[in-house]
Design a protein around this ligand. Structure first.
Ligand code: GUN
Ligand code: ZN
Length: 430
């Protein structure tokens, strides 16, 4: 059976609801259908019409559940899965106390494989079909992640984390080994199946200027790769960057000066930005990634989602596991909503869902391929039960429209709301 017909309430997008009236960007059908042939979406439309047109298709009826594009997590650290929800530290102490000791365990390839598989399965259980992950300094940690993703047919982005200072001895590479290992891994994995390589300096405090320069040179040799790092997450971190790079105009300049600012750059957090940084991010077409559960959990600050969207920046949404406190993009959307409230803007559920799918895909330069409920896109889908717990069900019963119901699940839902996940045209439950 090559044709599959999925029935349910379909929600997709034809525009960016952060930049125009959200209601003009939504394609919603309360009795919709998605036709899948092999690994791609072949048609979307009213269930009646598609059933008649494709009598030979195998039908899966999800009832009132929502059929959405799969969630796209635009920034996370799979090696931190084991230390998620570690108590009581802010960024630099949190890295030294919890993160670095855990990341040093990834020297062991078996441990790396175990955590990679566990992380991807947790992501899928939460409706996330694409992860963008930092690995550790160990090349084997990159192999483990891409191997586990390939076994699950998942589109992923990942790279070897590079650090040659301000990290424990056993977690430091060098200028040359960071360049050589990243290059070898890039040549091995970039565009192998659904794998995408991202050149990955952790953040400027853990790289010497020479290492940043070498990675900038590598990016110039492979401009089709993404480059991921961290930017302006916490105020003490920014002060430290100023001490380490006294000549830099600002934090972004520590990347820009070494060829690490560009259209395919992904800058995690980006909370405390100066006007110059915002202008340069906009001019270069780089993307920033909102990590709301992490920003509250580590105590970093309130990301200015609406301000940066209006300034024209590309914005993705991410869990930032394990600085982030949840594997769920539903919980991540809820945290984005809460931070929006604290910033004075109520973010509409359509805008939240767009960020978790299309917005992240756009940040990753994978629009139309993933995070998209549209013809030609990969059939990476998430089926969302709008009555997954008694508390949510009683609220959904009272909902006057689809968005009231979706919002209740965004705010209160978790992996129990994920009824099914499709990856590359295959159901996880079939
Ligand atoms: N900045 C540098 N490394 C990290 C990390 O692992 N997590 C977070 N949240 N911020 C960072
Ligand atoms: Zn991060």
């Amino acid at each position: 059976m090559t044709k599959q017909l999925l029935l349910g309430q379909t929600i997709g997008f034809s525009g960016n609801p952060l930049l125009q009236d959200w209601s003009d960007t939504v394609n919603f059908d309360s009795a919709g259908a998605v036709l899948i042939e092999r690994e791609r979406i072949q048609a979307i439309g009213p269930a009646d019409r598609l059933r008649t047109a494709h009598p030979d298709a195998k039908v899966t009826d999800y009832g009132n559940a929502v059929i959405s594009a799969g969630f796209v997590d635009a920034h996370m650290h799979y090696p931190q899965t084991g230390i998620i929800a570690s108590w009581g530290k802010q960024l630099i102490d949190w890295l030294n106390t919890y993160t670095f000791p855990e990341e040093s365990r990834f020297e062991n390839a078996d441990y790396a494989a175990d955590v990679a598989e566990r992380t991807l399965d947790l992501a899928l259980a939460n409706g996330t079909t694409t992860l963008t992950s930092f690995c550790t300094i160990h090349p084997a940690s990159v192999d483990a992640f891409f191997t586990a993703a390939s076994a699950r047919d998942m589109a992923v982005v990942a790279g070897k984390t590079c650090m040659d200072r301000n990290a424990p001895d056993n977690l430091r590479d060098t200028v040359q080994s960071a360049y050589d290992d990243s290059k070898a891994l890039l040549n091995k994995w970039h565009k192998a199946g659904r794998a995408n390589y991202a050149i990955t300096p952790r953040f400027s405090p853990t790289s010497t200027p020479e290492q940043l320069e070498a990675l900038g040179a590598l990016w110039a040799e492979h401009p089709d790769c993404l480059m991921q790092t961290h930017l302006s997450e916490q105020l003490p971190e920014i002060a430290w960057v100023q001490e380490l790079f006294p000549d830099a105009r600002d934090y972004l300049d520590t990347y820009e000066a070494f060829g690490l600012l560009g259209e395919k750059g992904l800058y995690g957090h980006a909370i405390h930005l100066t006007p110059r940084e915002i202008d340069r991010l906009k001019e270069t077409g780089a993307a920033v990634v909102h990590c709301p559960t992490s920003n509250t959990f580590i105590g970093s600050g309130l990301f200015d989602l609406m301000g940066l969207a209006k300034a024209g920046l590309s914005i993705g949404l991410a869990t930032d596991t394990g600085g982030g406190s949840s594997f769920s993009m539903l919980r991540t959307m809820a945290a984005a909503y809460e931070i929006g409230q604290l910033k004075g803007t109520a973010i509409h559920p359509a805008q939240l869902l767009w960020l978790a799918t299309e917005g992240s895909a756009q940040a990753l330069h994978m629009s139309g391929e993933i995070g998209h409920l549209g013809v030609g896109a990969m059939a990476d889908l998430t089926i969302i039960d709008l009555a997954s717990t008694p508390a949510i069900a009683q609220r959904t019963d009272r909902a006057n429209d689809i968005w009231e119901a979706v919002f209740a699940t965004i705010m209160m839902g978790d992996d129990r709301a994920i009824k099914d996940v499709w990856v590359a045209g295959k159901s996880r439950t079939a």
